[in-house]
Write a protein that binds this ligand. Sequence first.
Ligand SMILES: C[S@@+](CC[C@H](N)C(=O)[O-])C[C@H]1O[C@@H](n2cnc3c(N)ncnc32)[C@H](O)[C@@H]1O
Length: 277
Amino acid sequence: MFTIWIDRNLAERLGKADIGDLVATLDLGLSTESVRRVPHGVICRGIVLSNSLLGRIASSRGLIYMLDLFTMQGAFLTVTCGGRHYSLLPTGGAPTIMISGVQMHRRDDPWKDSLTKARAVVRPGDWVLDTCGGLHYTALGALQLGAGLVLTTEPDKCVRGLRQRNPWSRPHGRTGMVSFSFTAQELVGNLPKASIDSVIHDPPRFSLAGELYGIAFYDALRRIMKPGAKIFHYTGVPYEKRRGRGFVRGVGRRLMDAGFTVSWDEQTKGFMGRMPR
Ligand SMILES: C[S@@+](CC[C@H](N)C(=O)[O-])C[C@H]1O[C@@H](n2cnc3c(N)ncnc32)[C@H](O)[C@@H]1O
């Protein structure tokens, strides 16, 4: 209500619009509303966004600007933590995060991509573990699919900070998500045995969190999964150009060694695994 988000494309469009009413999205595509172009800026929700502010956003290098209309405090959604740069980036739909040049989500449409990952394993009523929370898209996808409970965790405080400012990361009336700030290993270590129906495992690339691709972690997941429970493990096909699919085959082998029945899904570029009954 009191917050709006503007990206470069929108700032350019508003800046060039003819005087009069037009329809725009001020929450990165979640909804649309009427705004009015006037000579000195754009009026939205009774507040004037000046031409100079729109010009500043239009000339930003693809960042998202968040403005609190109550205090008129605004900032680009970008932070530097531990020597790494984190930016929320517009995509035309749900934004993604770029961390020092590496994009967090795979496709043009991060929301659809995340829903596809959740759909691979989540059934209505499931108790779901979402190992790597990020922007909460897979966790919210699981809720949308009818999960009874979703446990999700994100240890990186900068990711959590941007997530808090991202309108797409809000539950929008969906209930049943519990969000932690542990590592996945810590959370899994503290869950009861055989308590989870489905696991969404969407880890960072191997070079950033190799332990999330290791047999010790897969064994720990097995402990907390119910008989017959399912896991979707996203890998993508990293290193394929230089090394073929050896890395991906290694993940599949370790999942099997941990006792899962495993199949590769070319569409989602991840493994489907199932616990024995
Ligand atoms: C590919 S992203 C996950 C995207 C997420 N599924 C979503 O819907 O936005 C991987 C996330 O794992 C987080 N991460 C890194 N190490 C982790 C760990 N040990 N345990 C849990 N999450 C971790 C990263 O900070 C990053 O946000």
